[in-house]
Design a protein around this ligand. Structure first.
Ligand SMILES: [Zn+2]
Length: 300
């Protein structure tokens, strides 16, 4: 075992990471100079009984907005061109379609035969390890962050950022929900070509500004050339949710006209549940039941 792997083992031991669930967000660039491959890295964590939850987002499955529903404050001033040629989504995903922005480790995890990928056309999570299945199977297009509900009940779960900052920490979108922000609503075609709603994350470019408020929760360590930041999941979400509630502007990115920051800071989309359920979800309320949706405000 080379020196970097031994250092990683020391981190696992020092921070008691064995047999825990880790939400991992990372860049492999620096580690790649010292560790033979992403597989070596993944295998070492799995060897210690760790469950890894990573983002396996891909893009290009949206169809155009359904205007008659009058969903306001939805962060979608501009509509990308790829929406002209949507692919139906049946739950199957080719891991090759996962965005390179997720990093090579997340993509390699999703490709493994023993991994699980969540049911979401764009913002799926992938998981591998002992607890992965029960966490990942909770995800639906509407309840995009349901996997984090399970982590909130696990006092040992952590968020680990390796050579990336808080702008890559997807759990902050969950904290935004906890703080009362509605996630943005987008649309996709299911396997029967019906248009269905899904909820997705907003702009995360300003999230690193929250770091000073997390210092007492943060452990920072170096292994090889890489820098790891480790946070306890529960405390991180509670702190971020309080912070966003008290100081919503803290998450605003530096793009003055960013429509997603503008609308999410204002509380995110609001709409009539009746309108969505009666127009689009006839006979299929499994992921959009009345009363189960967080933070709905009445339509205007
Ligand atoms: Zn923004």
């Amino acid at each position: 075992m080379n020196k970097s792997l031994r250092e990683m083992e020391a981190v696992i031991k020092t921070y008691s990471l064995s047999h825990t669930i880790l939400c991992l967000h990372m860049s492999f660039n620096r580690l790649s100079r010292l560790i033979p491959s992403p597989e070596t890295f993944i295998d070492l964590l799995l060897f210690h009984g760790i469950t890894l939850i990573v983002p396996a987002h891909r893009y290009g499955n949206q169809v155009h907005d359904v205007h008659q529903l009058k969903i306001l404050q939805n962060g979608n001033d501009d509509q990308p061109e790829y929406m002209n040629n949507p692919q139906p989504y049946s739950g199957d995903m080719d891991p090759e379609e996962i965005s390179p922005l997720m990093g090579i480790v997340a993509r390699r995890i999703a490709k493994r035969g023993t991994s699980h990928i969540g049911f979401h056309p764009e913002n799926a999570f992938a998981g591998i390890g002992p607890a992965a299945e029960k966490i990942i199977k909770t995800q639906t297009p509407w309840n995009v962050y349901a996997p984090y509900d399970i982590l909130m009940e696990d006092t040992q779960a952590r968020i680990v950022l390796i050579d990336v900052d808080l702008s890559k920490a997807t759990p902050i979108h969950y904290a935004e929900m906890k703080a009362g922000r509605n996630p943005f609503i987008r649309w996709y075609k299911d396997s029967t070509n019906q248009v269905k709603p899904m909820r997705v994350g907003g702009c995360s470019d300003g999230f690193e500004q929250c770091r000073p408020y997390l210092k007492d929760l943060e452990s920072v360590c170096q292994t090889g050339l890489s820098t790891w930041r480790i946070y306890p999941f529960q405390a991180f979400i509670n702190r971020m949710s309080d912070l966003i509630g008290d100081f919503p502007e803290i998450t605003r990115c530096d793009k003055p006209m960013c429509p997603r920051c503008r609308d999410s800071i204002a509380g995110g989309p609001y709409f009539s549940f009746f309108s969505i359920s009666s127009h689009l979800l006839k006979g299929d309320h499994s992921f959009c039941e009345r009363g189960k949706v967080m933070g709905i405000k009445s339509s205007k």
